[in-house]
Write a protein that binds this ligand. Structure first.
Ligand code: 6PG
Length: 250
């Protein structure tokens, strides 16, 4: 974590973190639109990004971008209907997407209405390949992937002790999470790591132990989050509670 690909920023609270995150998000969008005319972003689920999403939809930011060329994907999704309370898509629609001047064609949620999570993953992978720029190795390239981190060190739906952690060929995978007794659909590390920019949001004491451990120089690879090895840059936006066990590097 102590290499130039990783930038760490710590904020007093989720409001200041979310404002800084919104500024960063808008800047990444502007740079992508200037570079290739579109902004391809994978939103994260969970609770932490909600305030950032609300800010992006607020009058502080909603006029700062040509939203007509922004395309919204998701880093992962729960295998529930799109209007289910647990749906990341529903959360993002309520906090952000329903408040933007965008067309339905710009919304690219994970398909959870097919016969299985596996079919949903295959369909989403085909969508990524058919709609995103591809690397020379054929890997879909997001301009920005947003991530969170669970208390167990998972990110997206890449949970500890799941085979998907070692997936190197698929870009999207169906993941059965034993401890949740639930199916998920998730981007895999090859796609996440191919992104031009990654931003990770983490708040709260419960994230501090793992963050303290993985930011130690030479830390052993023990958690899924440590398999995010960005080709581009990774920006860690943490609040003081989440960063409280990270030793200041001399
Ligand atoms: C999800 C997210 C997941 C989330 C972490 C952190 O579908 O829940 O993709 O990876 O980012 O679990 O969640 P919180 O932001 O709620 O702590």
């Amino acid at each position: 974590m102590n290499d130039p690909h990783h930038q760490l920023a710590v904020f007093n609270d989720i409001e200041t973190l979310s404002r800084a995150g919104a500024e960063f998000w808008i800047e990444q969008a502007r740079q992508a639109i200037a570079a290739h005319g579109k902004f391809f972003v994978a939103l994260t689920g969970g609770r932490t990004p909600v305030r950032l999403y609300e800010l992006l939809a607020s009058e502080s930011y909603v006029d700062q971008l040509d939203w007509s060329v922004v395309y919204f994907y998701f880093g992962d999704e729960r295998m529930v209907p799109a209007d289910h309370p647990d749906s990341n898509y529903r959360m993002a629609r309520e906090a952000l997407l329903d408040h933007l001047p965008i067309a339905d064609s710009q919304l690219r949620p994970v398909p959870t209405g097919l016969a299985s999570a596996t079919e949903g993953a295959l369909a989403y992978e085909a969508l990524l390949i058919g709609s995103l720029p591809l690397s020379e190795n054929g890997v879909p390239i997001f301009d920005l992937v947003m991530l969170g981190m669970g208390d167990d060190g998972h990110t997206a739906s890449l949970f500890p002790d799941t085979e998907v952690l070692d997936e190197t060929n698929k870009y999207v995978a169906a993941v059965y999470v034993d401890k949740l007794s639930a199916w998920r659909i998730s981007l895999t590390f090859p796609v996440i790591n191919q992104a031009r920019q990654i931003m990770l949001l983490a708040c709260g004491e419960s994230k501090a132990p793992i963050l303290g451990e993985i930011f130690k120089p030479g830390a052993a690879i023990r958690y899924p989050i440590q398999k995010v090895i960005p080709i581009g840059e990774m920006h860690w936006l943490l609040d003081t509670a989440a960063a409280s066990q990270i030793q200041q590097q001399g």
